[in-house]
Design a protein. Structure first.
Length: 164
């Protein structure tokens, strides 16, 4: 007769990782709703991106934070002064890449391009600066929650190995 319970041979790493991710996502969502953020879903999505990445959370959190800010600024400027077109959109993506390179935050480029895309390509009733500001707040909240969760509940080396 085997010793231990029915789950004694189950790999607990995926269960713990899933619990950690769920905690970060739910807390981010609840805080975003509590703050009445209009597109609250970006907070838990950002938390999931950070918690589930193979890039260290602080590194990825910084890249996402800077990239979101950069993309929001470029998107707000373009949407405020130019009619959105394929050319304007392409130039905006190019500008994000060049600014990320000049500022030496190349890892932030993909997040800048995503935020710029959301600001320029998703139709909105409000002014571009409102969309950009909301996006920045929602993403930043998700990053903050993910960093708190990963600080207080870090993955151990053994857990990381068991997830591979």
């Amino acid at each position: 007769m085997a010793s231990g319970g029915i789950f004694s041979r189950v790999n607990r790493a995926p269960v713990l990782d899933s619990m950690r991710t769920a905690l970060a996502a739910v807390v981010a969502m609840l805080l975003a709703r509590l703050l009445h953020l209009p597109e609250f879903h970006w907070a838990p999505i950002s938390a999931i991106v950070i918690v589930q990445s193979t890039i260290p959370p602080m590194t990825l959190g910084w890249q996402r934070f800077v990239g979101t800010a950069l993309g929001a600024v470029v998107g707000i400027v373009l949407a405020s002064f130019l009619h959105t077109s394929t050319l304007v959109y392409g130039l905006g993506i190019l500008a994000c890449g060049m600014l990320a390179w000049v500022l030496r935050v190349g890892g932030a480029y993909r997040f800048a391009a995503i935020t710029l895309s959301i600001i320029l390509l998703v139709p909105r009733a409000q002014a571009p600066w409102i969309t950009g500001w909301h996006r920045f707040l929602e993403v930043s909240l998700g990053i903050f929650v993910a960093l708190v969760v990963t600080t207080f509940w870090p993955l151990t080396k053994k857990t990381r190995e068991n997830l591979s």
